[in-house]
Design a protein around this ligand. Sequence first.
Ligand SMILES: CC(C)(COP(=O)(O)OP(=O)(O)OC[C@H]1O[C@@H](n2cnc3c(N)ncnc32)[C@H](O)[C@@H]1OP(=O)(O)O)[C@@H](O)C(=O)NCCC(=O)NCCS
Length: 149
Amino acid sequence: MDSALTVRLVDWHAHRAELHAIRRAVFIEEQRVPEELEWDEVDARCGHVLAFSPEDAPIGTGRLLPDGSIGRMAVLKAWRGRGVGSAILGMLLSLARKEGFDAVRLHAQTHAVGFYAKHGFAVTGDEFMEAGIPHRTMMLRLEPQRGEG
Ligand SMILES: CC(C)(COP(=O)(O)OP(=O)(O)OC[C@H]1O[C@@H](n2cnc3c(N)ncnc32)[C@H](O)[C@@H]1OP(=O)(O)O)[C@@H](O)C(=O)NCCC(=O)NCCS
């Protein structure tokens, strides 16, 4: 990722507006996910990552749920293909290790299976529909990291 781009772990309550804006643009407007399916009560209990442009504008996000699964990975269209999604995923995986999970699971949109596979995730089941979009469950076993904890 371009060194002028940054990713940070952020507090849901303090950064709710930025997190909402990215997810609205990507999931509700671009992917036509019904608004009532996008927002849930789990957000307040998740770890959230925000990516920022060199001008410090929020450009991507993702969350780690209390059960150790990853979700809501979204990078604004104009910023894709530059390593932003990978940096967000990397930070969520570090957080999962720190929290003691030995594996993480996610529901990958089928078109994004290749993205997660590049990061070591393997498909564990058949395709299914969620929010009107085809998905596959994927899993990654985590090795404990030295120097963290
Ligand atoms: C999926 C998403 C988060 C990836 O973010 P990104 O910033 O574009 O990803 P990166 O630039 O870090 O890509 C890393 C690698 O994965 C590859 N990749 C990215 N998106 C991919 C996709 N949809 N399918 C296959 N490979 C993909 C890239 O080519 C890149 O490969 P490289 O390292 O060999 O160049 C982004 O495309 C996105 O927000 N999509 C719309 C929302 C969405 O579908 N979210 C996923 C829900 S499960």
